[in-house]
Design a protein around this ligand. Structure first.
Ligand code: HEM
Length: 424
């Protein structure tokens, strides 16, 4: 029993008293703390509540600065939650069969209550998640947050980005319309350009030599079971690592000299919590720049959640998810385009199949994994575009801009036979 918990309230032992006290006793058995009003209660709430215990009791003020994280990691997390909820609801209607999938899409549009709205929310959240995870990676890079001790969390992040892309890609096929069919045909043919194992990889992915029933089933299973499970597991490790790495990155704080420095040689003493990394756990050597997670961090998270869901609701109300004609394998659209996030690749493939589809992207991903192990410096952490990181930031920014330019060209400036056209 925690110090703040109500003692058992059985007074008279009569059946009537038991009944009267029932609601309060049930409530107390679930929520061990009253709404916290003292620091002890704030700490205790973070420790004992299942949903809150992922948070530290206190966080550094820098973590709460909206301009530092932009809330991007949180937005990605909430988008994933929205995707799971809307995705499960969609599963009640969807059938992964080439003869039924498209009709089910029409049902969602025509007969299922709020069906179109559900599909819109799912679709726009998926696109949003790809973009936000990419932006979150950029924020981590530009603030130098991948550096020691966060190298492994960066590597986990790169894996999270790849799984997010693959999750979105596998979902793309499910409506089984012309857009889905040809985007996946183009996307999987890029995988086929890999030397030696390319064709085998493509076959494993499709379960056949072309996109058909086997591919639809494989993509469905990957999309609704395998990849979400992998993503949840990796996200859990990602969050756990944030705690173990001492919270979010922040600028280094100069240690204050001990008040009696030079007078008596004090042997430094650590409390048990000194084993956990992070400045505010060490005794008396840095200013305490932290605040309680309850309510500060919680309110910030709630705000980001409300913002995310409101935005998705508005977008889902205003714009319908695309649904083109049913699949016609004899009539490829010209040009057939991959999903937008792979259009940079498709653009590069138009110059060189191997280098555009495999060589350069493979090199980029390898470089992403290697970044924290190549850059072993420790300066410029916790600050956007720190002067000390001018070269590293310039290289990364150039690659990001190039990628965006290629995606924009592929999306808006490519017409029939992949010739350049004006979108205006
Ligand atoms: C599904 C995708 C992802 C989710 C849900 C996610 C979630 C989060 C959250 C909630 C945070 C803390 C708040 C914040 O920094 O905004 C965080 C921090 C972090 N993330 Fe991610 N993340 C994802 C992908 C990535 C990617 C792609 C990378 C990099 C390649 C990455 C690297 C990191 C690192 C290094 C931190 C610690 C940052 C610091 O200490 O300042 N994450 N992530």
């Amino acid at each position: 029993m925690t110090p703040t918990q109500e003692p058992p309230t059985q007074k008279s032992g009569t059946a009537l008293a038991t009944l009267r006290e029932l609601p309060q006793n049930v409530w107390n058995s679930i929520f061990r703390n009253p709404l916290p009003s003292t620091d002890l209660e704030r700490s205790s709430t973070s420790f004992t509540n299942f949903f809150l215990h992922i948070h530290p009791v206190k966080v550094n003020k820098n973590t709460l600065r909206p301009t530092y994280t932009m809330g991007l990691g949180l937005i990605a997390t909430f988008l994933f939650v929205i995707l799971v909820v809307t995705g499960v609801l969609l599963m009640f209607y969807y059938v992964p069969s080439t003869t039924q999938a498209y009709d089910r899409m029409l049902d969602l549009r025509g007969t299922v209550a709020f069906g179109i709205f559900l599909r819109n929310m799912h679709r726009w959240s998926a696109h949003g998640m790809v973009a936000i995870v990419f932006l979150h990676m950029c924020r981590v890079y530009f603030t130098g947050a991948y550096k020691r001790p966060r190298e492994f969390n960066w590597v986990l992040g790169v894996l999270l980005l790849l799984v997010t892309l693959f999750l979105s890609f596998t979902g793309y096929l499910l409506p089984w319309d012309q857009l889905a069919f040809w985007a996946i045909t183009v996307g999987t043919s890029i995988a086929g350009y890999a030397p030696l194992v390319g064709k085998q990889m493509q076959f494993v992915l499709l379960g056949d030599t072309t996109v058909g029933q086997e591919a639809l089933l494989r993509f469905y299973v990957l999309h609704v079971a395998v990849l979400p499970a992998v993503l949840v597991l990796m996200m859990a490790i990602h969050f756990w690592r944030i705690r173990k790495d001492g919270g979010l990155s922040r600028p280094e704080v100069a240690a204050a000299p001990p008040p009696d420095a030079g007078v008596v040689k004090i042997k430094k003493v650590y409390g048990l919590q000194g084993f956990v990394r992070g400045p505010f756990t060490k005794l008396g050597n840095v200013p305490d720049n932290s605040v309680y997670s309850w309510p500060n961090l919680l309110m910030a998270e709630l705000f980001v959640f409300v913002l995310t869901i409101s935005l998705i609701l508005v977008v889902a109300l205003l714009f319908n998810a695309p649904l083109e004609q049913p699949v016609n394998v004899m009539h490829p659209p010209n040009p057939a385009k991959a999903p937008w996030y792979f259009l940079g690749l498709q653009e590069m493939v138009s110059y060189s199949a191997f280098w555009g589809g495999i060589g350069i992207p493979g090199l980029m991903v390898a470089m992403l994994f290697a970044v924290p192990y190549i850059d072993r410096t420790t300066h410029g952490v916790g600050k956007w575009f720190a002067k000390e990181r001018l070269l590293a930031n310039t290289i990364f920014l150039t690659l990001v801009i190039l990628n965006v330019i290629f995606i924009v060209i592929g999306t808006f400036f490519r017409g029939p036979n992949w010739t350049l056209v004006s979108p205006f």
